[in-house]
Ligand binder design. Structure first.
Ligand code: ZN
Length: 593
């Protein structure tokens, strides 16, 4: 009984809860454990008040009164984190409604990595509150898409991207799209002079130290470092991934891979320090690489049954299937087991890079590259967090990469639970600092001040899945013909699709028939290949690529005249088609047979 009196005194002396200053809040989250991210650890029993699209107060629940009538989320036993950032997505041609996948998974900011005018429209609709979705930032079109291959073009590209209203420059270049060091440095300098970030790939024809010297703001994909930093001893990885070195060399390379990670460790540590000194940030996109490794492995069959496929458009899903999957049906198709070993080694190197870069203090941010095949918009971000922890980061560091560090690198407010920050929040049923997988346990999401309960989010997802229904059957019929190698049947099924035809579906069909043509060409069935390519030119006469492929088939059969005619058609439709121009020149130089 003796303790009752002191306790009573303590309660009596506590300050009375104060009402929030200013106009009434529009949302309260009460008695919640806050993981603020602007400092370490958890704040127990907090009340968070939101007004409009901003957080206006975060304080111990006993100190902050919630005005009667304020819409309230009960935070007892729950954890509140800032909304998550995916700094590397492709909005592509997916329907606007697919943005719900990000919200439903607690991703409240995305950076789109190859922008088109339509994406700026999406950004505006979301910002205006007329389309539910994450806050969108977008780079301009990539330097490869715009063929930036001279200092003058680099300057013009930056000016155009800036004038169009994009948020950053997307650097992309390898093989035919490579750029000189002078062009690359001009690109970075010009962008920085007008206050724009340069993000994306490394120029793969230049050593990685060039990236550090030029001052690119962030590198997306740890694999870029594997490809361009020679001291990692990873030239053999590149040789396997980008060409087929033949059985003897393959055997030697696979032997060389054993122990590569251990051998590369000192070089990675040194590079981490150099990267830190250069002010580089890294979005390793481990989930993208891991998913590609799974795709070429025996796991692929089970991936075809993944539950989340329901929320992927049938057209995109078809392009992930066995006949069209770019990792399984492309250049790797005859050596998938060897490729899997190479990718596994590269992934291990990349995880080592992540660990060392973190230890050196390089800012790491989460990005996924969704929707790469089976890299689902939204949920893949949670896998990326898990991979950060698997690489050796603490749960707190991983969470920082998806929140406060990402906001800082993208130069936008947010990423914290604090007064004045955007009201982009995720309410979790369990503590993500205890187990990073708990970021998946989403009870509610607040986006720009609007609260979405789990039921609201699920309803949004169901609506998305229903949106795909009308196309489902049409795509299934087309895929059936693709699987039967029936090019004519594919075109017939495509033409039977009820209008309006999804432009993505047209692309899928064109690619599928084109791939069939090349398969026939590879098997030396020249007449059948020409018939397939011809079908494609009839169905898609505006596509420069269909004419280019047909020309190639004629060239293979020795019909120089027909090859030239069709290359010319291709060049008329796409004056930038360097291949067609080169081939016409070559064919004209040939002696007549
Ligand atoms: Zn990407």
């Amino acid at each position: 009984m003796r303790w009752i009196l002191p306790l009573f005194l303590l309660v009596a002396c506590a300050p009375a809860p104060r009402p929030p200053a200013g106009p009434p809040p529009t949302l309260a989250i009460t008695h919640v454990s806050v993981i603020p991210m602007d400092r370490s650890g958890v704040l127990a029993d907090q009340t968070v008040l939101v007004r409009g699209d901003a957080i206006v107060a975060v304080a111990p629940a006993r100190e902050l009164a919630v005005p009667a009538g304020t819409p309230t989320l009960d935070g007892r036993g729950r954890y509140l984190i800032p909304g998550l950032f995916d700094t590397h997505v492709h909005l592509g041609n997916e329907p606007p409604e697919h943005l719900m996948l990000y919200l439903a998974n607690g991703v409240t900011t995305v950076q789109n990595m190859s922008g088109k005018p339509a994406h700026l429209e999406l950004r505006a609709r979301v910002a205006a509150g007329t389309l539910p979705g994450p806050r969108i930032l977008s780079t301009g079109p990539t330097t490869a898409e715009e063929r930036v291959d001279s200092p003058d073009k680099a300057r013009a590209h930056v000016a155009a991207v800036k004038a169009a209203g994009y948020d950053a420059i997307k650097q992309y270049g390898d093989g035919a799209d490579s750029m000189s060091e002078e062009t690359y440095r001009t690109l970075v300098d010009t962008a920085h002079a007008v206050g724009m970030r340069v993000v994306g790939h490394a120029p793969r024809n230049l050593p990685f130290t060039t990236v550090l010297a030029a001052g690119q703001d962030s590198i997306d994909h740890a694999e870029e470092i594997v490809y361009t930093h020679a001291p990692l001893g990873a030239g053999s990885i590149r040789a396997m991934q980008f060409s087929d070195p033949g059985p003897d060399k393959t055997r030697a390379i696979l032997e060389e891979l054993a122990g590569l990670v251990a051998r590369a460790r000192p070089a990675i540590g040194e590079l981490a320090n150099q990267s830190h000194a250069a002010g580089l940030a890294l979005a390793p996109t481990l989930v993208a690489f891991e998913t590609i490794r799974r795709t070429v492995s025996a796991e692929y069959q089970s991936m075809l049954g993944e539950r989340e496929l329901e929320y992927v458009s049938p057209v995109l899903r078809a392009s992930w299937g066995p006949a069209l999957n770019r990792y399984r049906s492309g250049g790797w198709r005859n050596r998938l087991p060897q490729i899997e070993r190479v990718l596994a080694t590269s992934l291990a190197l990349q995880m080592e890079i992540v660990r060392a870069f973190d230890a050196a203090g390089v800012p790491l941010v989460t990005g996924t590259d969704a929707p790469l095949p089976f890299v689902y918009p939204g949920s893949s971000l949670h896998r990326e967090l898990e991979l950060f922890v698997a690489a050796g980061l603490t749960t707190e560091k991983a969470l920082r990469a998806a929140t406060v560090v990402a906001a800082h690198e993208l130069r936008v407010p947010g990423g914290v639970v604090a007064a004045g920050a955007p009201a982009d929040l995720v309410l979790l049923a369990a503590n993500p600092l205890a187990d990073i997988r708990n970021t998946r346990q989403i009870v509610a999401v607040v986006r720009a001040g609007r609260a979405w309960s789990r039921a609201d989010l699920d309803a949004g997802l169901a609506k998305l899945a229903a949106l795909y229904d009308p196309l489902e059957l049409a795509v299934a019929r087309i895929v059936e013909r693709i699987d039967a190698d029936d090019a004519a049947g594919v075109i017939v099924a495509f033409r039977a699709t009820p209008a309006p035809i999804d432009p993505m579906l047209a692309r899928l069909v064109e690619n599928a028939v084109n791939a069939m043509g090349y398969k026939l060409l590879g098997a030396n069935k020249l007449d059948a290949a020409i018939a397939a390519f011809e079908l494609n030119t009839t169905a898609f006469p505006q596509s420069a690529n269909t004419w280019d492929s047909l020309a190639e088939a004629y060239m293979t059969r020795g019909n120089a005249e027909l090859a030239i005619t069709n290359y010319q058609r291709s060049l008329e439709l796409d004056p930038k088609n360097a291949n067609a121009a080169k081939m016409i020149e070559k064919l004209r130089a040939q002696p007549k047979r």
